[in-house]
Design a protein. Structure first.
Length: 64
């Protein structure tokens, strides 16, 4: 796990919240990869299942 920098507390609350959210999403992706489960996302009005590898690919998650 990454070690938090001590100056993080000096960042604006919204930046710290964004950092926490991104870390939580990475943990979910790692756990789904470990268990071999698909992650579900909403795309073009439908729910689709993606593998952890696909979720890590920006081209896939942005629908390009």
């Amino acid at each position: 796990m990454k070690r938090a920098r001590t100056n993080v507390v000096r960042l604006p609350l919204e930046k710290r919240a964004e950092m926490a959210f991104k870390e939580a999403v990475e943990k979910v992706i790692d756990e789904h990869a470990r268990l071999g489960l698909l992650l579900r996302i909403w795309r073009d009005g439908k729910v689709v299942g993606l593998s952890a590898e696909e979720m890590r690919d920006p081209a896939v998650t942005q629908g390009k």
